[in-house]
Design a binder for this molecule. Structure first.
Ligand code: HEM
Length: 454
């Protein structure tokens, strides 16, 4: 389907309209999947009155593998990441890789790619293993934990150390405090917008002072972390990063990197706890893989755990950490029989694509074996499993996130048995593009013994 050659495409005004009810943030993946089966891969919804000043009157939804290929690959020059993501991030953070367009984006991505290559994961894995071990040491003593809250501590500590070399402790806690003050502002004592802006500015200044100090120290004596690599990056093709650009990259890496990984790992451990047969198979696979490495969680051991890989894929499909990715339309296009003018705003729904029954059999059922040969649901249709996006702008942290989530699962399952606390009201909610379990996820934790662990 080409953007230019669709002479029969109908005008934007005739595009079908859907209604989003109050429970939309909870039902979004299945609702949009259903609507796309009824109406086709493109439809629109009216933006709420308060949102119209920022987002315009209509939001265009695009759903399915063809839509993913169109937006992420074949017609990507029609779409702006900046006009999509920057308003969504609300101007709180400096610009970074996620919300920059080509050609500037291409330069930045070239400079950043090496720090995220699979070969560099050997640097980050020991940090991940140490943080996971330290943070999970007392779980059995505590008996019950909220795995979402715990995973969040782990992923933030890992991000802080791998990005800027801050070790778990007071410095990371300070960074965490500042970061969350921006992400989830506390409205207590704030009465006017001016007071809100002043408070945000003061937190931003403090966060930036901390990060700029790190950047200056790193320029003076390069460190062995991601910032260290970014400071050194640059060649005759691509000018090196300025301090301001480095600051933006650090902001965006923290935003894009840790909430997403938290959501994926929390649901993964819950789903394993909820499916004892799968867990028993996983224990067998894990014991074999770790026997070969003397119990150490190495990249080779992680690679050998195929069933864990399928389970991570299935968790990402059912509980997509990124629900919809936003784009601003910068050049008119036609797709699915309708014209869309420049200036429109699109949400490409990754989470809804993952619930399409013509791609994923029984899409609402948790079934990791759908990704194992010979079924390989995702391989039959390119751009169908898009947990990490796709095309040239696929998530730069895909290796990092996968290694971290798998290391967490291996470490925890090796030591503990997990059981969900019964009677919880569990649900993924998408109040923003990044989904999270609304009430957390409570698990009972006991030491793993021969009898209990399978
Ligand atoms: C489970 C964890 C993660 C998920 C599900 C995820 C998902 C995604 C998705 C869907 C995109 C594409 C966005 C778009 O097309 O607009 C993306 C981009 C991005 N992600 Fe991730 N991500 C994860 C972890 C990470 C980590 C750990 C980092 C960094 C440490 C990271 C950094 C980024 C950046 C910088 C981009 C923008 C890439 C570009 O536009 O070139 N992500 N991610």
């Amino acid at each position: 389907m080409s953007a230019e050659i669709q002479p029969d495409a109908r005008p934007f005004d005739e595009m079908p309209i859907i209604t989003r009810l109050d429970d939309y943030s909870f039902t979004m993946p299945t609702l949009l999947a259903r609507e796309s089966q009824r109406l086709g891969p493109i439809f629109r919804a009216q933006v709420s009155e308060e949102g119209q000043a920022t987002f315009g009157r209509w939001i265009v939804f695009m759903v399915g593998p063809e839509a993913n290929r169109f937006v992420m690959h074949s017609h990507r020059e029609h779409f702006s990441h900046d006009l999509g993501w920057s308003p969504t991030l609300g101007g709180i953070f400096e610009k970074g890789l996620l919300n920059t367009d080509d050609p500037e984006h291409a330069r930045q991505r070239r400079l950043m790619n090496p720090a995220f290559a699979i070969s560099y994961m050997t640097r980050y894995l020991p940090i991940m293993n140490r943080v996971i071990a330290d943070r999970s040491r007392d779980w059995a003593e505590r008996g019950e934990i909220d795995i979402y809250a715990e995973a969040r501590k782990i992923t933030f500590d890992v991000a802080a150390e791998c990005l800027v070399g801050l070790r778990t402790g007071a410095d990371v806690d300070h960074l965490r405090e500042l970061f969350y003050a921006l992400m989830q502002p506390d409205w207590d004592g704030i009465e006017t917008m001016a007071e809100y802006v002043a408070k945000m500015m003061s937190v931003r200044n403090e966060l930036d002072a901390l990060l700029l100090e790190k950047i200056a120290a790193c320029r003076a004596s390069p460190t062995d972390d991601i910032l260290g690599m970014l400071v050194k990056a640059g060649d005759e093709q691509s000018a090196p990063f300025t301090d301001r650009e480095l600051l933006g990259q650090l902001h965006i890496l923290l935003v894009a990197g840790h909430e997403t990984t938290t959501t994926l790992s929390a649901w993964l451990l819950y789903l394993l706890a909820e499916h004892p047969e799968l867990l028993a198979r996983m224990h067998t696979e894990m014991d074999e893989a770790l026997a070969a490495t003397g119990g150490e969680v190495t990249l080779d051991a992680i690679r050998a755990m195929r069933l864990l890989g399928y389970t991570v894929d299935e968790t990402g499909r059912l509980y997509s950490p990124v629900g919809n990715v936003p784009r601003g339309v910068v050049k008119d296009f036609a797709f699915g029989g309708y014209h869309v003018p420049a200036g429109s705003r699109v949400l490409l729904s990754l989470a809804a694509c993952h619930r399409l029954p013509n791609i994923f059999t029984n899409p609402d059922v948790f079934d990791p074996d759908r990704f194992a040969p010979p079924r390989e649901d995702d391989k039959r249709t390119p751009y169908s499993l898009v947990t990490f996006g796709g095309g040239p702008r696929i998530c730069i942290g895909i290796n990092f996130a996968q290694v971290e989530v798998k290391a967490m699962a291996a470490h925890i399952l090796r030591r503990y048995t997990l059981k969900p606390v019964p009677g919880q009201d569990l649900a993924q909610v998408y109040y923003s593009p990044i989904g999270s379990p609304i009430n957390g996820i409570r698990l009972r934790v006991a030491p793993r013994t021969e009898q209990s662990g399978g």
